[in-house]
Design a binder for this molecule. Structure first.
Ligand SMILES: Nc1nc2c(ncn2[C@@H]2O[C@H](COP(=O)(O)OP(=O)(O)OP(=O)(O)O)[C@@H](O)[C@H]2O)c(=O)[nH]1
Ligand SMILES: *[C@@H]1O[C@H](CO)[C@@H](O)[C@H](O)[C@H]1NC(C)=O
Ligand SMILES: *[C@@H]1O[C@H](CO)[C@@H](O)[C@H](O)[C@H]1NC(C)=O
Ligand SMILES: *[C@@H]1O[C@H](CO)[C@@H](O)[C@H](O)[C@H]1NC(C)=O
Ligand SMILES: *[C@@H]1O[C@H](CO)[C@@H](O)[C@H](O)[C@H]1NC(C)=O
Ligand SMILES: [Mg+2]
Length: 420
């Protein structure tokens, strides 16, 4: 009896061992689709392959670019991107301390897939049927990890045997911040699918209304208003200026000017005021919303010395600082972005992803309306670069070149801007 029980137990142990050793390999065996283990028959093979990426870091617009790269990587690998975490704070020196925030707390998840369907798709973790069927893709970093090597690796991972795994998990240090393999148009397509959640866009609505209300009061001093106050409010124009003059940037940009041998990166607040004041044809009085870093809200000199009829306001003077302060950095930045995006005239610095993505989106808006011309005050969403000199000592007209072969030239900064 004892020996029979012993034999049975031994047999069971061996059977279990074989099972655990055999099964994972079996499930990755080439030619056998993993989805045969999927409980949901609606998920076909292609859709049930996933890409997982690390938490996305840095400022809002660098995060948008990194997110777009994660999407385009998933597209290249024929996979669904599992909804990534973004970072709510700017504290990027120690990644472990970055407060994460789910993508769908900032952008609408369903709307993203509705708009981007057929191009890229975002998935949820609950769709993954076999969480053990994972291959870890180690991305390199540093100077030796070139764009070519990165692309080569992606090509390799879109093929057998890697294409059999249900999930590819990208590991590495900020793997999507650096390498660019796609044309501007592909990025633009993804940005078009990013729609802020209502809670954030409503905050932006309130800030924009406040700006237009002030503009309306100022205008009514010089010209009588029409009867329908509500309709009029929407038509009160404002200018938004992204003043990139915070101390850490001014130090960094001097080094950049030296390294790139370019003298048109750093603009002082005096230069910004002077160039904006020289925009030909601006109808005054007009409110100018100044998008600035928080530490500059204590610097009263940014509100002084603007041209005749240009009425500068930042969030403190507008009385909306409390609205911003309720939110973490990422969302404050998203509100500011939206306020600048919707402005009638935008002026920014070509060496800023914040400014550059606003100009890209305004260019897309004009293209969707079929506008041939994209610069000058006659167009619907004109933009200018104050770090470059344009006509009459004003800022230079600026629109994104949608035919660019990469995003690099139009996002990290260039002093070659065009109006095409
Ligand atoms: N460096 C810095 N910039 C700030 C801060 N607060 C606001 N900003 C402004 O916000 C802009 C950055 O906005 P984000 O939306 O975070 O975009 P980003 O991805 O960091 O883009 P960059 O403009 O290239 O830095 C900068 O250009 C600054 O003018 C701050 O505390 N530090
Ligand atoms: C991606 O999927 C499509 C359709 O399912 C297929 O035609 C294409 O060959 C796949 N590409 C790769 C790289 O696997
Ligand atoms: C303007 O809008 C407010 C609230 O949206 C409404 O109460 C008011 O009646 C409107 N006024 C006119 C003149 O349409
Ligand atoms: C820097 O640029 C100027 C003109 O743009 C040129 O004359 C000069 O030779 C350049 N210097 C270096 C070190 O490249
Ligand atoms: C836009 O980019 C394309 C591709 O790099 C280039 O050939 C073209 O000259 C650019 N257009 C302008 C006006 O700079
Ligand atoms: Mg930044």
């Amino acid at each position: 009896m004892n020996s029979l029980a012993y034999k049975c137990a031994a047999f069971l142990v061996i059977a279990l061992m074989i099972r655990t050793l055999w099964l994972p390999r079996f499930s990755n065996f080439r030619g056998i689709p993993n989805s045969r283990f999927s409980l949901d028959p609606n998920l076909d093979n292609e859709k049930s392959k996933f890409l997982e990426v690390p938490q996305i870091v840095w400022g809002l617009n660098n995060q948008k670019i990194a997110f777009a790269r994660a999407c385009l990587t998933a597209r290249m690998l024929n996979r669904t991107l599992l909804m990534p975490s973004l970072s709510a704070s700017l504290f990027y020196k120690e990644v472990e301390q970055l407060r994460s925030i789910s993508f769908d707390k900032v952008f609408q998840f369903d709307e993203f897939n509705a708009r981007c369907g057929g191009f890229v798709r975002l998935g949820r973790y609950s769709e993954v049927s076999n969480t053990r069927d994972v291959f870890e893709l180690q991305k390199g970093s540093g100077r030796r990890w070139t764009v070519d090597k990165d692309l080569q690796q992606l090509r390799e991972f879109s093929k057998s045997p890697y294409d059999e795994y249900q999930m590819i998990r990208v590991v590495g240090k900020n793997p999507f911040l650096w390498h660019d393999h796609w044309p501007t148009r592909d990025y633009a397509k993804i940005f078009e699918c990013l729609v802020l959640v209502e809670e954030i866009s409503r905050e932006a609505d309130k800030v924009v209304s406040k700006i237009r209300e002030i503009g309306m009061v100022e205008r009514s001093r010089v010209a009588p208003l029409q009867n329908n106050v509500n309709a009029t409010l929407q038509t009160i124009p404002y200018v938004a200026v992204h003043m990139r003059i915070e101390k850490d940037w001014m130090i960094h940009c001097k080094k950049l000017e030296h390294r790139l041998n370019i003298s048109e990166i750093c603009s002082s607040k005096e230069e910004i005021k002077q160039r904006v004041g020289n925009i030909v044809g601006l109808e005054t009085p007009i409110v100018m919303y100044l998008a600035v870093a928080d530490d500059l809200l204590e610097d009263n000199s940014i509100l002084e010395g603007w041209g005749e009829g240009l009425l500068p306001y930042e969030k403190k003077k507008l009385g909306v600082l409390d609205k911003y302060k309720k939110h973490p950095y990422l969302i404050q930045s998203a509100i500011d972005y939206e306020v600048c995006l919707r402005s009638n005239v935008f002026v920014g610095n070509t060496f800023s992803t914040f400014s550059s993505l606003i100009v890209l989106e305004r260019t897309q808006l004009m293209m969707s309306e079929g506008a041939a011309q994209r610069c000058g005050l006659d167009v619907r969403w004109p933009s200018y670069a104050y770090n470059l000199e344009g006509e009459s000592n004003g800022p230079r007209g600026w629109a994104a070149n949608m035919s660019d072969v990469s995003l690099q030239a139009i996002s990290y900064g260039s002093n070659h801007v065009s109006c095409t």
